[in-house]
Write a protein that binds this ligand. Structure first.
Ligand code: NAD
Ligand code: AKB
Length: 317
């Protein structure tokens, strides 16, 4: 059985991925870690948990050694919007943190899975049906660290034989933990505000399409690629994966099917709008489909139905 260490496990993905992996691999085989503690007792008390700042290479090695870790799923990162406020910090955490993970993996024969993002593309990338292999000249610090991370993971695979794998994730939508300071966060907040206030003010302009994905599809993709036959993998570290692409007004239409009085208004934030404008409208994920049989389960309609149902329970409305 795998012995998995998750870094940054108390964020939007980690809070769900830890529980998903514990179901699949057993509670004691999944070690959750984060720089700080947050109020997620299911994650912290449901199996091993360690405080770990990924910039502390010695502590990272100590934990890998203590639990005989053979797989690291590296999630600790600073996302796009926060990254533009603190670019030096984003560079440090996203690149030096990944470097520490790859080095401990090289020294101990550990497999590494780490997500890239649609942010690894930029304004000169073909925006529609964005190919797997294409121009990558992002203009955000987050995007720069994501492209560099993809290349670093490729390098550790070809140069040192470290089994590195990863996906370019779209914006993720989920109802357990709130998103951690990205550009696509509006697509989560809109559902909370729809339930709580029957209205939402979007900081992203009408007509701005981005790739998005519901969390259950993300969890499925992580397991599928982690377990995929390595002989079939050509693009190890940065598979485009897609599920749906939409603009704020598409969400409005879908939410109105459940809440007919829902109102969407706009108060565009120029910083996050510029980031969104530099990202693809929709990615081509045919390589993931061919190399490890990727296929999403949720489209906008199915996700909206489930998000509203789950948030009604969570917010007791
Ligand atoms: P998040 O911001 O919600 O969570 C990140 C976690 O890392 C937080 O719990 C934070 O406390 C922790 N952290 C920050 N600095 C740390 C450090 N130095 N050491 C240890 N922990 C630290 O992020 P997320 O949405 O869960 O994203 C996880 C990964 O997926 C990131 O690499 C991100 O770029 C990528 N990704 C996320 C999305 C998305 O929509 N959520 C989309 C594309 C890619
Ligand atoms: C962000 O908006 O920064 C993230 C991402 C798409 O990487 N959700």
């Amino acid at each position: 059985m795998r012995k998995i260490l998750l870094t940054g496990c108390l964020g939007q993905i980690g809070t769900e991925l830890t529980l998903h992996f514990r179901k699949e691999y057993g509670d004691n085989n999944v070690v959750a870690s984060n720089r700080t503690k947050k109020d997620f007792p299911e994650v912290i008390d449901g199996g091993p948990f360690e405080l770990l700042d990924v910039l502390d290479a010695n502590r990272l090695a100590e934990i890998c050694n203590k639990y005989k870790i053979d797989t690291i799923v590296h999630l600790a990162a600073i996302l796009s919007a926060v990254g533009e406020v603190k670019p030096q910090h984003a560079f440090n955490v996203n690149l030096n943190g990944l470097y520490n993970v790859l080095e401990v993996a090289r020294e101990n024969g550990i497999q590494v899975f780490t997500p890239s993002s649609i942010a690894a593309f930029g304004p000169s990338t073909p925006p529609d049906n964005t190919p797997q292999d294409t121009i990558q000249r992002p203009n955000t610090i987050y995007g720069v660290t994501k492209v560099a991370g993809e290349l670093l993971c490729d390098y550790y695979y070809t140069r040192f034989g470290v089994d590195t794998r990863g996906v370019r994730l779209p914006g993720l939508i989920s109802y357990k933990a709130l998103p951690g300071g990205g550009t696509t966060d509006y697509a989560v907040h809109i559902y909370y505000d729809a339930i709580l206030h029957n209205r939402y003010e979007s900081y992203i302009a009408a007509g701005t399409k981005m790739d998005m994905m519901y969390m259950p599809d993300c969890l499925k993709a992580f397991t599928m690629l982690l377990e995929a036959n390595p002989d079939r993998l050509i693009h190890r570290n940065a598979f485009n994966i897609a599920a749906m692409s939409f603009a704020p007004e598409d969400m409005e239409k879908e939410i109105k099917k459940h809440l007919p009085d829902f109102e969407l208004s706009y108060n565009v934030d120029p910083v996050r709008q510029a980031i969104a404008d530099s990202w693809p409208n929709s990615m081509d994920d045919s390589c993931a489909r061919e190399e490890w049989d990727w296929k999403p389960d949720y489209d906008l309609a199915a996700m909206t139905e489930d998000m509203l149902k789950q948030l009604r329970i969570k917010l007791a409305k």
